[in-house]
Design a binder for this molecule. Structure first.
Ligand code: RB5
Length: 145
């Protein structure tokens, strides 16, 4: 399992904590930036991480900003990416079970570190349920703008 990580400046500190969290569980990651608290533009980091997932260079992504909103909007522009903006353990579980989400997004300014760890754990340990959800996801995947 390899995880693509990305954040903007607002979530840089939490991204560093996520690396320690993954290291302690011996989970491989690749960091797509940002690499400091200096102000940056979140699409510059969301899109490369999302492309890593879409291209199967990473199994999943965890990409975060102040609210998680900008990161999720940007990541979902990449075909094959299903980025879920989560805020609770339940939404993280359901994003895997029903949406087969392959990128977890959340806000570093809107979630405690405790909740972040709970959501990451739920996302990493929950399987897609398949069945009727496959049909629904196929309708998204086949949509052309
Ligand atoms: C940065 O100030 C903030 O706008 C960004 O982290 C994010 O919340 C955008 O969606």
């Amino acid at each position: 399992m390899k995880i693509a990580l990305a954040s903007d400046h607002a979530a840089y500190d939490m991204k560093e904590k996520i690396k320690e969290f993954l290291n302690s569980r011996e989970i491989e990651w690749e960091d797509f930036g940002t690499f400091s608290n200096d102000s940056v533009d979140y699409p510059d980091f969301a899109i490369p991480a999302a492309e890593s997932v879409a291209g199967n260079y990473s199994d999943i992504g965890i990409i975060i900003c102040g609210t998680g909103i900008g990161m999720s909007i940007a990541a979902n522009k990449v075909k094959g990416v299903r980025a879920a903006l989560c805020c609770t353990e339940d939404t993280a579980i359901l994003s895997r079970q029903h949406n087969n989400a392959n990128v977890l997004c959340f806000g570093a300014r809107t979630n405690s570190w405790e909740n972040a760890q709970i959501m990451i754990t739920a996302f990493l340990t929950t399987e897609f349920e398949g069945d009727r959800h496959i049909r629904r996801l196929d309708k998204i995947q086949s949509y052309e703008c």
